[in-house]
Design a protein around this ligand. Structure first.
Ligand SMILES: NC(=O)c1ccc[n+]([C@@H]2O[C@H](COP(=O)([O-])OP(=O)(O)OC[C@H]3O[C@@H](n4cnc5c(N)ncnc54)[C@H](O)[C@@H]3O)[C@@H](O)[C@H]2O)c1
Length: 271
């Protein structure tokens, strides 16, 4: 039985054409994908052959991102989705089914960061907002999408956490705690999703030049202080987080589940 499975996998993986469009026929949802890391991931999954549903909280940002990607001849559509709102999540799933007939890949990328400063000063409201958006919404979206991936015979989930989930952060420690929780969510989901042939992995970006990190990357003095901790001595750019997500979502990663991959220019990660 296993040798037949090995042969099937080898055949699927050895075709050069299949590798060039390794996500052909797959349908992907990427949350918070109208800019930054999410947009780069949506573009890469589209370039690798997937049909992609982009989303974020504002219609005008969704329209703009869809327009840009369509002009690149990618098969995309979009819808507004605030991941913390159940109704928005349901509409995102329904839109994907209506447009593309199923779901194979989920990339959960949305995150909020409403607070800075010492953890002990974090207000209850900020704590709730962080955990609702970053942790609860991620879990609920996985839970709601899993039956659809299962109907397709299996697929992949990638959860975007952060290097801050490993090393915490003096500046944004409460956000860092939510990202540590996501590292655990990846590990925790493996057991219940493996029997459904759904793999779940995570990426943990380091300092990536986006709006999210602009307070640091856009401030030369702060950036100068941050760079010595990064062996590659520069911030990353969003596209540098995209190839690994395509890989993890593809058959090339068919025996990889429960892993969190750090993309940090060499910044050490440990728990
Ligand atoms: N930029 C970095 O240095 C860095 C480092 C580690 C991890 N990350 C993570 O990468 C992911 C993407 O961040 P980015 O750097 O591309 O920033 P970004 O600001 O470009 O994107 C963040 C996105 O999240 C969206 N968002 C926030 N709350 C949302 C909600 N409730 N529903 C839907 N969308 C929501 C925003 O609209 C925005 O599009 C986040 O999970 C972030 O935590 C970023």
């Amino acid at each position: 039985m296993f040798s037949r499975l090995s042969r099937q996998i080898a055949v699927r993986m050895s075709t050069t054409a299949a590798r060039a469009q390794k996500l052909k026929g797959k349908v992907a949802i990427v949350t918070a994908s109208t800019e930054g890391i999410g947009f780069a991931i949506a573009r890469r999954l589209g370039e690798d052959g997937a049909k992609v549903v982009v989303s974020s909280r504002k219609q005008k940002n969704v329209d703009k991102a869809v327009d840009v990607l369509k002009k690149e001849n990618l098969d995309v559509c979009g819808i507004v989705c605030h991941v913390g709102k159940k109704d928005d999540r349901s509409k995102l799933i329904q839109k994907t089914i209506d447009e593309y007939g199923g779901i194979d890949i989920l990339v959960s990328n949305a995150a909020a960061n409403p607070t800075m400063g010492p953890l002990i000063n974090c207000s209850e409201d900020a704590w709730d907002k962080l955990f609702d958006t970053n942790v609860k919404a991620t879990f609920m979206l996985c839970k709601e999408i899993v039956p659809h991936i299962e109907k397709r015979g299996g697929g992949s989930i990638v959860i975007v956490s952060s290097i801050a989930g490993y090393v915490s952060s003096d500046a944004i420690p409460a956000y860092a705690v939510t990202k540590t929780a996501l590292l655990g969510l990846v590990k925790g989901l493996v057991g219940s999703l493996a029997p459904k042939n759904i793999r779940v992995n995570g990426i943990a970006p380091g300092l990536i030049d986006t709006k999210f990190s602009a307070a640091l990357t856009g401030n030369p003095d702060m950036l100068k202080m941050a760079l010595p901790a990064i062996p590659l001595h520069r911030p990353g750019i969003p596209v540098e987080c995209s190839g690994i997500v395509s890989f993890l979502s593809s058959e090339d990663a068919s025996y990889i589940t429960g892993e969190n991959i750090v993309i940090s220019g060499g910044m050490p990660s440990r728990l």
